[in-house]
Write a protein that binds this ligand. Sequence first.
Ligand code: ATP
Length: 223
Amino acid sequence: MSQEQMKIPQATAKRLPLYYRFLKNLHSSGKQRVSSKELSDAVKVDSATIRRDFSYFGALGKKGYGYNVEYLLSFFRKTLDQDETTKVVLIGVGNLGTAFLHYNFLKNNNTKIEMAFDADPKKAGTSIGEVPVYAMDDLEEKVKESNIEVAILTVPAGPAQGITDRLIDLKVKGILNFTPARLSVPEHMRIHHIDLAVELQSLIYFLKNYGTDDVETSQLEEI
Ligand code: ATP
């Protein structure tokens, strides 16, 4: 990634795949320009945030014209490395893990769950949604030979750190952690925690306390 792209704030970077997916659909329906208002309605991010996000990557847009879809798409393609498929491993083929294996993310991005692992001997040796499930003893061998970059953890909290330590030794670059465990990883490794129970509770808290009021106000000029 170039120096220029490194300056994009993390919150903005997280929204890029959302923008990218919508713009691809727009492009395939033949649209050449889009306003921040249209984008905002589609991706449910307020238009001031969209304009600020887009300003980070040099898409300034024009009042009354909007943004050039082609320009935005080529930026996203470069930034998100969409030409390469990122190989993913999933560990823990329980209810949540199984759902991810069936879904397998291919519709949205060039990411693919290549293989899965589980400690349950009844699950090892099976396949789910065309993804092979292996025994935990085979983790090192299989991950090394497949050039896996990212791991999804859907095991219970207890074994999560031990498994993470094995992934660190295997030089996996990133972990999407669905367990409630707060995991320690070295600085060079990226970890995103998604605790679905906490997210649900927080949504309910906000609904109870703020309803559906918009919290962010538009300060930048409308495009
Ligand atoms: P299920 O109903 O299949 O048990 P679950 O999502 O309710 O699914 P969990 O207890 O959260 O069950 O476990 C998720 C998965 O993680 C299970 O398939 C389990 O076999 C697996 N698992 C548990 N411990 C480990 C471990 N140490 N290493 C790898 N996988 C594990």
